[in-house]
Design a protein around this ligand. Structure first.
Ligand code: SPV
Ligand code: MN
Length: 620
């Protein structure tokens, strides 16, 4: 290999040679010579190598140890607190069609630009060459992934979030069937943050199944295996007839029933996704990305691409999220980012503890009232501050977390954030109607991406930011996937954010009741009321569930408020959705049929009941 021994020594070359893979060699050679790190370290699956990365992150100042054993804090730069869709672009070969929701750049021009930015980007730094497996080891679901990064924080995060894959690379037998990611945080400032944020670029090359990303540290931009691999995998799934979804996977375990029913769920960022995957008493497989394939028994099977959680810490507290709160406050391995730190303790909003009046956060030394360089008042912790933990650390880790077969999926949930339109839970009338519901998913925006908050955004299957294939094609793939199944999962929609006079109508913990209703529906244990938008629960069933689960009286009045069919609001939503899909090409006809039927049903109900807001009891 044409790399100086001072940079890549014998010991590290020997590790690479064990893989017997010329593609890996070529990639390492190419990017070492381009990025010019002063040192290259190859990380295998050994505990020594893993520990090396853990310690390096602290030694080089990217992470600082906290008072709780095994916990560290990492700060991203002031302007690097969320995903950056504006600078995330697909390198587009001429003639290729793609979703119009994702930015593109001519492939040659983009490559030229990003290779120039990577030129010398690792000067004086150590490059880590890491091997992971997207999905369980030894599984038909999984994809090997090579990560080159000059950030020990990124490598450390990936060790918590993904399975080690050095051994999987050996099994490749020299093939190039793997994804690869090159990341450089670029030049760093005195706080160890990426300095050249204006030159932050995340360029995705579907042709070569690689992503090049530079001048950033925030996980959603830097961690190759997370949202960068998601985009590559959506493309791969499209070519190979499986589904790659922005979905959690969890097992619902109703008390006393001795069974587990697996659900997947797609929710746009900050719509209750992690907390649904973590409903107390249930078990979790993953909270972010799922690969779905048809099983031999004709059911849909899902495997978690990850083995950890990169979750939002805002509002995590002992009452609402007991297991996560426990993981964040007791010894174990955790990286906590962009919170306030005082005396080695992390603080964030609504954690149930008083926040000290001084400390360090992502803006440096912090005091209440401090303003950022943009004149905005800085909260103690950023709203998109996160924690990174392994799922095995949690008491509710599902035993099938690493099962190479994945788990059979009985239900799929689409969850949006809307204050005035959808009921807390409903079930689709059929698989295609469910696909329609997923395709019509909307959410009021939050802080997980850089940009305005509180704007209603269309986010089909919560996957729009990552859709590298045309939307119509993506919807078609879902319909097709259903056609290949002998038994399709029941599809549900949730909305935990209904409001009246500015106040939430449902309690955060109520999602357990909605989940148990969905679980019971899968097993035909509850009836339902057919409404123009789908099946909704019957009052008596919810009343019983609220009593059993929370020993709470569920009043008729609450039920009516929760489950009324709000005709005008629903029609307005249909108009918005129709407008969007009318501008798409390749949308399957059946999608438009469902839209039209839904509109017709809403108008008929309005006519029949002579009301704009119709009580669920009127449909019984
Ligand atoms: C999300 O925003 O959907 C996340 C966090 O899961 S990020 O890694 O930033 O994508
Ligand atoms: Mn996500």
């Amino acid at each position: 290999m044409n790399i100086s021994k001072d940079v890549l020594d014998e010991k590290n070359i020997d590790k690479l040679k064990k893989l017997n893979n010329e593609y890996v060699m070529r990639i390492v050679e190419k990017y070492v010579n381009l990025c010019r790190p002063s040192k290259v370290t190859v990380i295998t699956d050994s505990e020594d190598d893993i520990d090396y990365v853990r310690k390096l992150a602290v030694k080089n100042g990217e992470e600082v140890s906290l008072a709780t054993e095994g916990h560290t804090v990492h700060f991203d730069g002031y302007y690097d607190q969320g995903r950056d869709p504006a600078n995330t672009r697909i390198l587009l070969p001429k003639e290729k069609k793609i979703s119009r929701y994702i930015n593109t750049i001519d492939r040659e021009r983009g490559l030229e630009e990003i290779l120039a930015l990577l030129d010398g980007a690792m000067k004086g730094k150590e490059l880590l060459v890491c091997f992971f497996c997207l999905g369980p080891n030894n599984s038909r679901f999984s994809i090997p992934a090579l990560q080159l990064t000059d950030s020990a924080y990124v490598a450390h995060s990936e060790m918590l979030l993904y399975r080690q894959g050095f051994e999987d690379f050996k099994k490749l037998n020299g093939s190039d069937k793997f994804f690869y990611f090159v990341h450089s945080a670029g030049e760093l400032d005195e706080k160890n943050n990426s300095k050249n944020i204006d030159e932050r670029r995340i360029y995705i090359d579907l042709e070569r199944e690689r992503v090049l990303t530079v001048n950033n540290q925030y996980g959603g931009n830097s961690i190759g295996l997370k949202k960068l691999a998601l985009r590559l995998a959506i493309n791969k799934a499209n070519n190979e007839d499986w589904l790659c979804e922005h979905m959690f996977i969890m097992g619902a375990r109703p008390e006393g029933k001795h069974r587990v029913t697996y659900f997947t769920g797609a929710f746009p960022s900050a719509c209750g996704k992690t907390s649904t995957a973590m409903v107390p008493g249930q078990s979790i497989i993953g909270d972010d990305i799922a690969y779905l394939r048809v099983g031999e028994d004709g059911m849909a099977y899902a495997a978690n691409v990850e083995k950890g959680i990169f979750g939002i810490i805002h509002e995590v507290n002992a009452d609402d999220d007991p297991l996560i709160y426990m993981a964040l406050t007791t010894p174990g391995e955790a990286i906590i980012s962009n919170v306030l730190v005082a005396d080695g303790m992390p603080y964030w909003s609504e954690m149930g503890k008083e926040i000290p009046a001084s400390g360090t956060n992502y803006s440096g030394e912090w005091n209440p009232g401090k303003k950022g360089p943009d004149g905005k008042e800085i909260a103690p912790a950023h709203k998109n501050a996160r924690y990174t933990i392994g799922i095995r650390e949690l008491d509710n880790a599902d035993p099938k977390l690493d099962d190479p077969e994945g788990v059979p999926v009985s239900g799929m949930i689409y969850g949006g954030r809307d204050s005035d339109t959808s009921p807390p839970v409903l079930e689709s009338l059929s698989w295609p109607h469910g696909v329609f519901i997923g395709a019509a998913l909307e959410s009021e925006t939050t802080t997980a991406t850089i940009g305005a908050e509180g704007v209603r955004k269309h986010d089909p299957m919560a996957n729009l930011d990552f859709l590298v294939i045309p939307l119509g094609t993506y919807i078609r793939n879902h319909l097709k996937f259903g056609d290949t199944l002998d038994k399709t999962p029941n599809i549900f929609a949730t909305n935990y954010f209904l409001k009246e006079n500015g106040k939430f109508l449902t309690d955060k913990l109520d999602k357990k009741v909605w989940l148990m209703w969905m679980e019971g529906r899968v097993h035909n244990e509850y009836g339902a009321i057919e409404t123009p938008i789908g099946f909704i629960p019957m009052y008596e069933d919810l009343k019983k569930l609220f009593k059993e689960i929370f020993n709470k009286e569920y009043e008729k009045d609450d039920y009516e408020k929760h489950f009324s069919i709000r005709i005008s609001k629903l029609l307005e939503r249909l108009d918005r959705i129709e407008k969007i899909y009318n501008e798409e090409t390749d949308v399957p006809e059946i999608f438009h049929e469902h839209l039209e039927q839904q509109r017709k049903r809403l108008l008929e109900a309005k006519e029949e009941h002579k009301k704009d807001v119709i009580s669920p009891f009127d449909f019984e």
